[in-house]
Design a protein around this ligand. Structure first.
Ligand code: FAD
Length: 410
């Protein structure tokens, strides 16, 4: 069978793999995007009903990719302020978009709605072949590239491909990453997140709430006019009890946990879903002909909503490194090219992974000795505007060397 020639094979067409295909599409690369679940199937794990808090920088990247333009206002809700509070230490800090001179700190968008727009853009490019629902069957490396075969799920159809570069983007449990011997640091949080949507009795006005409780962080992010998407982290025993509550008792329990706020939570919309939480991190994420991105490269706790945002900046940087070096006539799968990407992105990847993990260890910890430390952090943020600004710039993805796609004037 003659192998169909591509520049890149991306294994995994979830949020990150599909965004990468989008970012590379206009540079003329021929791309095979292999995805195990049909993107519009109910079981697609990446584009589900979960809402994602996107940073200011992610909004800019998606605008430059023409993805954002397809989302209507009800699908992308601006986050104008975040109230951060701690149940044990007391106190509250408000982080506002005005503190950094921006119209919004970020946006809250349903993953499904975002996926629809990413695939709309992908559909406009003839140089991208979406091979789905399909999986890699065989893979071998030659001197000058990669040979692969893909097989249709539950079907007999097999295709043969060749490419210069393989991108591993198939999520936290990537078997391909493990087969290729990338060694990851892993830890279990012994916590899971209950994710759902609730409606309140008052307009949300773009307000978000991050409340640290004994068992873990609870986040409410504005969606639509009166809605909030909820990410409630709990330990396993507590989670079992929470999931057994009736819908109204669940909303009551949520209101008790979040405490007095300028609104009353009224009802649960749709179902509650559970996501187990893990930490994993690759120190080295490239080798000749292979690069690992997204959750396969770093899976972080959703406490600060950084996982996909970090990966999207990686995607923008990778697209820039590959397109620049191809223009100069380099082999995009060569280690000399890929190491430039790794050197650019490894510092931020370590910082974001370390930052989210420390937040969990300090804020979601019952040790009484840590209560004054939490109180001190919140006081510092309240009384020192430069510290507040620095934190905001970091969490908005607006620091360090920015990829061209994150620039507001393209
Ligand atoms: C509760 C929760 C809330 C979150 N909130 C936020 C947030 O607010 N902001 C934020 O930035 N991040 C958030 N995240 C993180 C975000 O969900 C991840 O960063 C993102 O899903 C990573 O995308 P990915 O494409 O790397 O992996 P995935 O989303 O896991 O996608 C992997 C894709 O690969 C496909 N696949 C798997 N195996 C194969 C195979 N063998 N062959 C082909 N295809 C395969 C899958 O079908 C899937 O489409 C949150 C995560 C959780 C759990």
């Amino acid at each position: 069978m003659k192998a169909e020639p591509y520049d890149l094979i991306i294994n995994g067409g979830g949020l990150v793999g599909a965004s990468l295909a989008c970012a590379l599409a206009s540079h003329g690369f021929r791309i095979a995007l292999i995805e195990a679940s049909a993107y519009d199937s109910k079981n697609q794990p990446s584009f589900d009903t979960r809402a994602l808090a996107l940073t200011y920088s992610s909004g800019t990247i998606f605008r430059n990719l023409n993805v954002w333009q397809g989302l209507d206002e009800s699908e992308a809700t601006a986050i104008r302020y975040i109230d951060v509070s701690d149940a044990a230490a007391g106190g509250l800090v408000r982080l506002r978009s005005e503190d950094v001179g921006r119209q919004a700190l970020g946006w809250n968008v349903e993953a499904q709605a975002l996926g629809k727009q990413i695939f709309r853009v992908l559909g406009e490019f003839e140089n991208i072949d979406l091979l789905s629902p399909m999986r890699l069957q065989d893979l071998s490396f030659t001197e000058s590239g990669i040979l692969a075969t893909v097989r249709e799920n539950r079907g007999a159809s097999v295709q043969s491909l060749s490419a210069s570069l393989l991108v591993v983007a198939d999520g936290s449990n990537s078997a391909l990453r493990d087969e290729l011997n990338f060694s990851a640091y892993r830890a279990e949080y012994r916590q899971s997140a209950v994710v759902c949507r609730v409606e309140s009795d008052a307009p949300n006005r773009g307000g978000a709430y991050e409340h640290f409780t004994r068992s873990g962080p609870l986040a409410l992010l504005p969606i639509g006019e009166r809605g909030y998407s909820v990410v409630w982290t709990q330990e396993q025993d507590e989670l079992k009890r929470t999931m057994q509550l009736s819908r109204s008792a669940f909303v009551e329990s949520l209101q008790n946990e979040i405490g007095e706020r300028p609104y009353k939570l009224r009802n649960l919309v749709g179902e509650r879903k559970i996501y187990p939480l893990t930490l994993s991190h690759l120190k080295k994420f490239v080798r000749p002909r292979v690069v690992v991105v997204g959750n396969a490269s770093h899976t972080v706790h959703p406490v600060a909503g950084q996982g996909f945002n970090l990966a999207l900046r990686d995607v923008a940087a990778l697209a820039q490194v590959l397109s620049t070096h191809r223009r100069r006539g380099w082999d995009i799968g060569s280690y000399d090219v890929l190491i430039r990407y790794e050197r650019w992105r490894s510092r931020e990847s370590n910082q974001v992974t370390g930052f989210t993990d420390s937040m969990i260890r300090i804020f979601a910890n019952e040790l009484p000795v840590l209560t004054p430390a939490r109180s001190w952090v919140l006081d510092l943020l309240q009384t020192a505007p430069p510290v507040k600004r620095m934190l905001l710039m970091r969490t908005m993805g607006l620091y360090g060397k920015q990829p061209d796609l994150a620039s507001e004037v393209q």
